[in-house]
Write a protein that binds this ligand. Structure first.
Ligand code: SAH
Length: 405
């Protein structure tokens, strides 16, 4: 087990900015272990918290207020002990303790790159593990790249996650838990702490977020809640390989920034390397992008373009890219291809990437070349993959039987 996963034994300072100068030292050894408490409230949305309050008998008139109090302690303070929630009556705190806990899913692995990038493998349940990556010091901000699914159905040919079959969608709570874990680990509680290093969230980890839109919309409500985690919607970017019909809906429901994994400017090539293009071709994709709400200079679409040697990196393609983007407020991130074991591509030469970037820039679009981060720990774009596999209902039943004493 990762040493940090065993949190019950540490003494945790829960600094409060609710009451002036109030600081409580908590003994988390009082936290019930996950096995004896039915579920964690950490990462739950406000409506879900309200339903839990009602479920333990809080009268409906007061449930909303209680849910807001718990939300503030759990998501703003990072608190993991109900008994520290001093503005909640003691008998209710005891009831909460009896029925719930505030723990996070277990950290199955944690790696730190030479460049400061950190990667966590989170065990959401036995056999269901997904990765999140913290990329610090991107100018004055730092981003956490979260997973929306374990595995993926898309099979993009250059992506390592694409070689892992879909295990399942992550729940909204599991998506939010990835952020709570990162905040715990880098010590950024309360959410209002000055000089936060984790300032942005990108849905660019494992999976296709738009195949899990209900859960990511609920997660974004929780992440952007100013009385909770407080990372604004403009600092949250959702990346899609091109699930066209869901793109305008994403904007309407979440207000998040949009990123498109483009990677090719012709349908024949995109059909091959981003196979979802066979379902939603470039024309359909761009109609959906143009319908994204509120696009303008302060809300531009980010296009991701992986540089694959001899595949999509010619100057003619750079010129076609500029044509394709006409009329769309956009920025193009050129991503040097990150290799993974037995990957079938090579990264374009540096001069080729620079020449490509130049053409796009002269066409009027910002075209930064992304510095690969965390390659040494397989945390860079497209390198994420876990060993989790989807199990049949029969296999799950058999395992449950084996675990029963
Ligand atoms: N499914 C969504 C979210 C994943 S985002 C999407 O496709 O947008 C992950 C980003 O990394 C995507 O832009 C993806 O195309 C890119 N990527 C995948 N494999 C890569 C690799 N080997 N090198 C560089 N970028 C890669």
């Amino acid at each position: 087990m990762h040493p940090l996963a065993d949190r019950q034994r540490v003494h945790f300072i829960c600094g409060s900015d609710i009451g002036a100068g109030m600081k409580t030292e908590l003994d988390l050894s009082r936290r019930p272990d996950a096995a004896s408490a039915p579920k964690s409230l950490a990462g739950m949305s406000l409506p879900a918290l309200k339903a839990e309050m009602e479920a333990i008998g809080v009268e409906p008139k007061k449930a909303s207020m209680r849910a807001k109090q718990v939300r503030r302690w759990a998501h703003h303070m990072g608190c993991q002990d109900f008994m520290a929630m001093t503005d909640i009556a003691k008998d209710l705190r005891e009831k909460l303790l009896e029925h719930y806990h505030l723990g996070r899913p277990e950290i199955a692995d944690h790696q730190v790159s030479v460049d400061g990038t950190q990667k966590w493998l989170t065990r959401f349940q036995p056999g269901v593990e997904g990765e999140s990556v913290f990329i610090p010091d991107v100018s004055r901000s730092g981003a956490l790249c979260v997973s929306s699914q374990v595995g993926c159905t898309l099979n993009c040919t250059f992506c390592h996650t694409g070689t892992q079959k879909l295990v399942r969608n992550l729940t909204a709570q599991e998506i939010v838990a990835q952020i709570l874990i990162a905040r715990d680990e880098i010590g950024e509680w309360p959410a209002s702490v000055k000089g936060r290093r984790l300032t942005n969230i990108v849905f660019m980890g494992m999976g296709e977020p738009l195949y899990n839109l209900d859960n990511i919309a609920e997660a974004i409500d929780t992440i952007s809640d100013g009385d909770g985690i407080a990372i604004g919607r403009r600092r949250i970017t959702v990346s899609t390989a091109g699930v066209a019909p869901k793109i305008p809906e994403l904007g309407a429901r979440t207000g998040a920034m949009l990123a498109i994994s483009l990677h090719a400017v012709r349908d024949d090539l995109r059909d091959e390397i981003v196979p979802i293009n066979r379902k939603y071709d470039l024309q359909t994709l761009f109609e959906a992008i143009r319908a994204y709400p509120e696009l303008g200079n302060s809300k531009r679409v980010t296009f991701e373009y992986v540089m694959l040697k001899g595949v999509n990196d010619s100057l003619a393609e750079a010129r076609d890219l500029v044509q394709l983007l006409r009329g769309v407020p956009a920025k193009i991130n050129l991503i040097p291809f990150n290799p993974w074991p037995d990957s079938p591509y090579e990264c374009s030469d540096w001069e080729t990437i620079e020449a490509f970037a130049d053409v796009v820039k002269r066409g009027g679009y910002a075209s930064p070349i992304r510095t690969p981060r965390g390659r040494d720990i397989f945390a860079a774009c497209g390198q994420l993959r876990s060993e989790s596999v989807k199990k049949s209902a029969a296999e799950k039943r058999r395992e449950a039987m084996e675990q029963t004493p």
